[in-house]
Design a protein around this ligand. Structure first.
Ligand code: FES
Ligand code: FES
Length: 186
């Protein structure tokens, strides 16, 4: 069953002159009235208080702000919240719970796929989508033949994860975590 959260008064989520925007985030509907210049990242962090989504560069270069929008990954710092009226958004808070981690979260823990953890929510959401893209046969820049199904090779994973920067350089362990979730897909 869904619930609708409203954000009345002068609280975050209702800005004077704001544009009504309905966001479905982690299976919960939110009705916001936002300055149309508000990015999706700021709507999530500042108005819905979902701070799992990180602000790294705020200009599309680091991937820390990655969320899933209607099943596809997106840099939430590069898109305006009002453009997502009615959209279905998943943040790291909606992927798993501390008691029941998503397999990708579990694999990142088991393989030490992080150090400071700042890039980790974006890495994990991106990794989930990467496996979905490979499964769907969507080619990348390093896919050999467009007529053949892409594989879960290290090269494919590295290319597809290249938009997610880790300043702690946990890359080998991130790859290991993704490979584990991919299982026999190679
Ligand atoms: S904060 Fe969005 S890409 Fe860096
Ligand atoms: S774990 Fe520190 S930036 Fe990636």
């Amino acid at each position: 069953m869904s619930s609708i959260a409203t954000h009345p008064g002068r609280q975050p989520g209702r800005q004077p002159g704001g544009v009504p925007t309905r966001l479905r985030v982690n299976n919960r509907d939110h009705v916001l009235e936002l300055d149309p210049r508000t990015t999706l990242l700021d709507a999530l962090r500042e108005h819905l208080h979902l701070t799992g989504t990180k602000k790294g560069c705020d200009q599309g270069q680091c991937g820390a702000c990655t969320v899933i929008v209607n099943g596809r990954r997106a840099n939430s710092c590069l898109t305006l919240a009002v453009m997502h009226d009615g959209d279905d958004i998943t943040t790291v808070e909606g992927l798993g719970t501390p008691e029941a981690l998503h397999p990708m979260q579990k694999a990142f823990v088991e393989h030490d796929g992080f150090q400071c953890g700042y890039c980790t929510p974006g890495q994990i959401l991106s990794a989930v989508c990467v496996l979905g893209e490979i499964e769907a046969g969507i080619p990348s820049h390093v896919t050999g033949a467009l007529t053949a199904a892409p594989t879960c090779s290290d090269a494919e994973i590295r290319e597809r994860m290249s938009g997610n920067i880790c300043r702690c350089a946990a890359y080998p362990n991130i790859i290991a975590a993704i490979r584990e979730v991919a299982g026999g897909r190679s």
